[in-house]
Design a protein around this ligand. Structure first.
Ligand code: NAP
Length: 254
């Protein structure tokens, strides 16, 4: 493969942006790419998280603080990315939150928050960074196994992820004329701590035990397993557009 010649690292000279790159799946993907020679802008709302990530990733991972649900923040991100990278070969739309939504008690505020971050944030991140994407660039949207399952108390999160699955197709339609592919990666249960951010420890444990019990592989996936698949879609899947790759232990396939 062209980018893996003798003496070269897998991602030498590549430039990427990973939203939510300070933790979990985004961090694992940033590490894979930076270790392989890429320069990666990571984003997130928490400066502490970004500082800790930056310390582990080194100088090839400039961090930009911002909220993907804020269009002014996305304009500022686009300016910083232009200055840090110039052009972008891979855009990983990974920032997201999950909040349980019991049917009867879910509020408008929670509904709006989930859609503002997971759907609006994803769409406008692609829109604002699109002018910087190089010909042949890959955009990867992070969906979820939940978007094709009927898990209780997940209607709002799952519907938002289903919207992103649709956008992998429609945004490919919009961007392929410029040679830019958009695909989706659909993680199954990955133990990153995301559940504990919005659930009690007890509820998170119960949810995780159920997901392991009903998973064909009877285990969680690792952030590194998602990172490898995301990098494949972004860089190697050069004849693939509009698809969704399930990396979920077979949960949605078997
Ligand atoms: N873990 C799983 O089992 C699983 C399964 C399916 C799909 N996913 C999806 O995978 C993606 C990554 O999740 P993860 O498990 O790696 O959890 P995570 O460690 O919580 O990562 C999410 C990242 O997104 C950032 N983020 C959240 N809201 C943001 C906002 N408004 N603006 C900018 N950044 C924001 C967070 O940083 P700040 O809080 O500092 O902003 C964090 O770094 C999410 O889209 C999630 O829905 C996860």
């Amino acid at each position: 493969m062209e980018r893996k010649g003798p003496g070269m690292s897998a991602y030498d000279g590549k430039k990427a942006v990973i939203t939510g790159g300070g933790s979990g799946i985004g961090f694992a993907t940033a590490k894979l790419l930076v270790d392989g020679g890429a320069r990666v802008v990571i984003t997130g709302r928490s400066q502490d998280t970004l500082d800790a990530a930056r310390e582990r990733l080194g100088e090839n991972a400039p961090a930009v603080r911002g909220d993907v649900a804020s269009l002014p923040d996305l304009d500022a991100l686009a300016d910083r990315v232009k200055g840090e990278l110039g052009t972008v070969d891979a855009l990983f739309i990974n920032a997201g939150v999950t909040v349980p939504t019991p049917f009867e008690s879910t509020t408008e505020e929670v509904y709006d928050e989930l859609f503002a971050i997971n759907v609006k944030g994803a769409f406008f991140t692609v829109q604002k960074l699109a002018p910087l994407l190089s010909p042949g660039a890959g955009v990867v949207l992070t969906t979820s196994a939940a978007n094709v399952m009927g898990l209780p108390e997940s209607s709002v999160y799952s519907a938002g992820k289903a919207a992103l699955r649709s956008m992998a197709r429609t945004l490919s339609g919009d961007l392929l004329p410029r040679g830019i592919r958009v695909n989706a990666i659909s993680p199954g249960p990955i133990d990153t701590g995301i559940l504990e951010k919005t659930m009690t420890a007890e509820a998170a444990e119960r949810f995780k035990a159920e997901r392991v019990a009903d998973n064909p592989m009877r285990r969680f996936g690792t952030p590194e397993e998602i990172a490898g698949a995301a990098a494949f879609l972004a860089f190697d899947a050069t004849y693939t557009a509009g698809t969704e790759l399930a990396v979920d232990g077979g949960a949605t396939q078997l």
